[in-house]
Design a protein around this ligand. Structure first.
Ligand code: IMP
Length: 182
């Protein structure tokens, strides 16, 4: 086998295909449209991993809304949660009396979501709910509630649809998983 083939990067395997993601997004957006009818929302995108999920969701949500972006540090190149969360980009608009929905790509241990919720609650929003594309129930270390959930997945490390491994694979249109030799 030629060297370049041995060194070539394997494409992640499909775990959740694009059509399934889009169908679930339409359902989640409908639930949100129903629950918040007559209200205005503040939609918060948790950077970086949620940017594609967020942009698909907000285009299906038919409510008056403002969009905000909250940057939190990820695991770096590691595949396990460090439990250390650092805010890399904060929201400077006041959240007081707002109906906030936090959009997250993956809830793994739940530590990131729990940290963000505690931080945002101190800003006195009228309400705060969470919407996550993926939840890994076996890894949860907090008793966190995801109000709007896309899919439950196992413990596999996933990439694609905004989610990375070491900065790569965010552009895949599907959720894929990496095999262990990556
Ligand atoms: P938690 O604090 O353990 O819940 O971790 C949540 C964050 O870890 C997510 O927002 C992702 O950025 C990252 N993460 C967790 N699992 C995966 C994965 O399988 N692939 C890529 N990133 C992940």
């Amino acid at each position: 086998m030629p060297m370049y083939e041995e060194n070539s990067i394997k494409q992640p395997k499909v775990l959740i295909p694009e059509v399934k993601i889009q169908a679930r997004i339409a359902e989640l957006a409908q639930e949100i449209n129903h629950d918040y009818r007559g209200k205005e929302i503040t939609a918060i995108c948790v950077l970086k991993g949620s940017f594609i999920f967020f942009s698909d969701m907000i285009r299906k949500i038919d409510l008056p809304m403002t969009c905000e972006f909250l940057g939190v540090s990820s695991y770096g190149n590691k595949m396990v949660s460090s439990g250390e969360i650092k805010v890399t980009l904060d929201i400077h608009e006041p959240l007081e009396k707002k109906n906030v929905i936090l959009f997250e790509d993956i809830v793994d241990t739940g530590l990131t979501l729990s940290y963000m919720l505690n931080m945002l609650k101190t800003r006195k929003p009228a309400s705060i709910k969470t919407c996550a594309l993926l939840l890994k129930p076996e890894s949860l270390k907090t008793d966190i509630d995801v109000d709007y959930l896309g899919f439950k997945v196992g413990n596999e490390f996933v990439v694609g649809y905004g989610v990375d491994f070491a900065g790569k694979w965010r552009g895949l249109p599907y959720i894929g998983y990496l095999e262990h030799d990556h």
